[in-house]
Design a protein around this ligand. Structure first.
Ligand SMILES: C[S@@+](CC[C@H](N)C(=O)[O-])C[C@H]1O[C@@H](n2cnc3c(N)ncnc32)[C@H](O)[C@@H]1O
Length: 272
């Protein structure tokens, strides 16, 4: 039985029902619109009945916000916790959903990046969160990765996840501002990951001016779904020129729909 069919909602209520939800291990994260406030316990309870593996149902209570890109949750059913244990791409991650950013919707993108990485690469994984990009890559490839993250709790969880996945010899987590690390690692990286779609463009100058020719950069952003890449390509080209560099775009991808007519994208470019 589908979740919506188990709820017995009126047609008017169904208009406000959001059927999509995320599952992180034993935790489901659902969206309940204000119009269905008085149905939230029913929604969560029925979801647990339909998916007996679930131990907790949480409700998104805010958008991702602040410098650490963290959201608030409301507990709705099951075990009262925001701790999650999540499996992806052959790796396991444990973290507190309410204290660090995480999105299971980037799993395919992480696998794509892993596929591009060559053995022996030096990778600067900026904005690393609890470590999913660096750990997924390091689990499969012999790399040297410096994972940079500002949120002290996320770094603590990343270190636990590095140990859990036995990639300690390949990934080093550092709690720092990417802006400070980039000049310290001048010319070091073969590849730079920039998964900070809201404000990542603020860091382009530091990346382009500090990394060597031949370095591949994965730049994430949001854009209008009907013309997703043009503005970012223009900006990157301009930033490279300002630092006496060129750029060659070697990949582009719509990562996921984000809001009506807005998508998240990634642009892969090589600094020349
Ligand atoms: C959108 S999240 C991505 C996290 C992770 N890469 C993932 O995919 O789950 C961006 C992360 O960048 C971190 N961040 C924001 N500003 C930063 C900065 N100046 N230096 C380092 N990390 C920063 C935030 O704390 C957040 O964890």
């Amino acid at each position: 039985m589908r979740w919506r069919d188990a709820l017995d909602l009126t047609d008017a209520e169904l208009k406000h029902f959001v059927s999509g939800f995320d599952v992180l291990g034993f935790t489901a994260v659902i969206e309940v619109r204000p119009e269905l406030e008085n149905k939230k316990t029913l929604l969560a309870g029925q979801l647990m009945k339909l998916h007996p593996r679930l131990k907790t149902v949480l409700r998104k209570k805010s958008a991702m916000k602040g410098e650490y890109r963290v959201r608030e949750f409301e507990w709705l059913a099951g075990e009262k916790t925001t701790l999650a244990e999540y499996y992806e791409n052959g790796c396991c991650f444990k973290f507190d959903l309410a204290r660090a950013y995480f999105s299971p919707r980037l799993a395919t993108e992480r696998a794509r990046i892993r596929g591009l990485v060559q053995e022996g690469e030096k990778i600067l994984a900026l904005f690393a969160g609890v470590g999913p990009f660096p750990i997924v890559i390091a689990k499969a490839k012999s790399i040297q990765c410096l994972a940079v993250e500002l949120n002290p709790y996320a770094v603590e969880a990343m270190n636990e996840n590095i140990a859990l996945n036995k990639v300690g010899g390949r990934v080093t987590a550092v709690c720092a501002d990417a802006r400070e690390v980039l000049p310290e690692k001048k010319g070091w990286a073969d590849r730079v990951l920039m998964p900070l779609p809201y404000t990542g463009s603020d860091f382009l100058d530091d990346v382009v001016s500090n990394q060597k020719r031949g370095c591949t950069v994965h730049f994430y952003g949001f854009g209008p779904s009907n013309d997703l890449f043009s503005a970012a390509k223009k900006l990157i080209t301009k930033k490279c020129a300002a630092h006496g560099r060129t750029c060659e775009f070697v990949g582009e991808r719509r990562v996921r729909p984000y809001a009506p007519r807005i998508s998240q994208f990634v642009l892969d470019f090589v600094i020349g």
